[in-house]
Structure formats: C-alpha cells, structure tokens
Design a protein around this ligand. Structure first.
Ligand SMILES: [Zn+2]
Length: 235
C-alpha cells in the first residue's frame, strides 16, 4: 500500500494545492496522513478577524473545523500541531519532532510546500523543515533508538503565485475524475473562499499540459515540483 504524508503549514493549504491528488491516491487505496503545523489563524484568516473581539483561539477553532471537514471528505487522517503562524518558528526540537513523525509514518511520498515563497515565510519554513527532517531521518546517529528512514520522494505543491515563487513543475497529476469532490473539499472553508476560484482556474490551466503529455482530454490537473532526484535500475 502506498503511504503518503502531506505536511502543510496552515489548515487548508493542502486542500487547494493537492486535494485532487490526495483524492486520487485515497481512491486507489493509499494511506494518506495530512499534517498541519498550524491552522493559519493569524495570517490566512482575514475575514474571521472582522468579528469584533475576535481571538486567535477562536479563529484557530474555526480553521480546525474546516480542516477536519475537508479531511473527512477526502478520507484521510488529519494530525495537527499548534505551532503558531506569522511567524512560524521552527527550532531543532520541532525538526526532531518531524524526524520522529517521518520515521513513524514511513511515507513513500511526501507532499509539502515548494522551497520558495516570498509571499509567505511560513510556507518556506515548512518546506525547509520537511527537507531537513528528511535528511536527519536517514542519519544513523540521530535518535538511534528509532529505526532510520530514507525519504525517497518529496514533491512541492503549487503556490498561489507560481511565477513569483519561481515554481517549476515537473509532475502533472490528472484530477479530472475527482474535480467535483475536490470542490467539495475546498468549500469546507468559509474563511478563505476566494482561494476556490484561484485553484479551480489553476487546475484548468495545468490540465492543458497534463492533457498534452497524456494524449487525452484532461479538464483539471495539479502541478508539483520535485525536491529530490530519483534512483533506480533504469530511467
Ligand atoms: Zn498557508
């Protein structure tokens, strides 16, 4: 069984950027775990803060409910941390927690943010966390009591502003058959509703390249950028 771990800075990042791909894998019988490091209560919840007397705790609770609803639609396990946002501070203790998590979950594929995102330092911090934890997870001498693990695939999902982030996709996943279900996942958010249009349009655009390579009609696709080279017996 394919195991996938998705590491998301904020509550719904993973839904916009990889919800369709996750749905495809779940349908194919994969075991998918989504990890949210924070709920994005401070930086990505503008409309919730228009309520008088609003607090970070209340916004976090709203965002958590949204993420839980989306995870239920997708049929994935959701694990959440409360590491804060804007800024998200990643220290060595948190890196070691990610090492522990990778060694526990032992994913075949890791999805996370791309390495560059000048518009959102939390996304960059998350990508750096995953990359460094993946290196530490394979180290024999780091937490030697926990069985070491080699992460073989890390794919960065598409940022909101791909040109600004120098996003260079090298994988296109055809999500045409789950586009409706992804829409249902996206609609679990009341706080970031505008993102539905952004990523619905993006999926239609990425479908052009996916359709060209696949030689068939593709209506929706998601794009990813690999962090790691591949090794095998052949290309
Ligand atoms: Zn985010």
């Amino acid at each position: 069984m394919t195991k996938i771990t998705v590491v998301s800075a904020h509550g719904m990042d993973w839904v916009w950027r990889s919800g369709g791909t996750i749905l495809k894998y779940v349908k194919a019988g994969a075991d998918v775990t989504v990890v949210c490091l924070s709920m994005g209560e401070r930086g990505e919840s503008a409309s919730a803060w228009s309520e008088p007397g609003q607090t970070a705790e209340q916004v976090r609770a709203i965002r958590l409910r949204e993420a839980e609803k989306a995870a239920a639609v997708a049929g994935v396990e959701l694990r959440t941390y409360d590491w804060g946002d804007y800024p998200m501070v990643i220290d060595d203790e948190r890196r070691l927690e990610m090492v522990r998590l990778l060694r526990e979950l032992r994913p075949d594929i890791v999805l996370t943010h791309g390495r560059k995102d000048p518009n959102n330092p939390d996304h960059v911090a998350t990508a750096q966390l995953v990359e460094s934890a993946a290196i530490w997870a394979r180290a024999h001498g780091r937490m030697p009591d926990a069985e070491r693990f080699v992460v073989r695939q890390i794919h960065g999902y598409e940022p909101e502003f791909p040109e600004f982030c120098e996003f260079q996709p090298d994988r296109y996943i055809d999500i045409s058959d789950v586009a409706e279900q992804k829409l249902e996942m996206m609609r679990c958010s009341s706080v970031q509703e505008f993102m539905i249009e952004v990523y619905e349009q993006r999926a239609r655009y990425r479908a052009i390249m996916a359709g060209l390579f696949l030689g068939r009609r593709v209506t929706h696709a998601e794009a990813f950028e690999s962090f790691l080279p591949a090794a095998g017996e052949s290309f």
